[in-house]
Design a protein. Sequence first.
Length: 49
Amino acid sequence: MRLTKTKTYSCTERGQPPLGLLVLRLTLRLFAAMAWWRLWLQLFEFFCP
């Protein structure tokens, strides 16, 4: 019984990191979107002075 308890605890502990990974991916996506937006703005400024 004690072994299964520790096993489930380790499993829950293991399930924690993915949340940080998700946040990291979200921030990366946000930065990519901002970069794309800036690129498009520069293109529009270049074509329509």
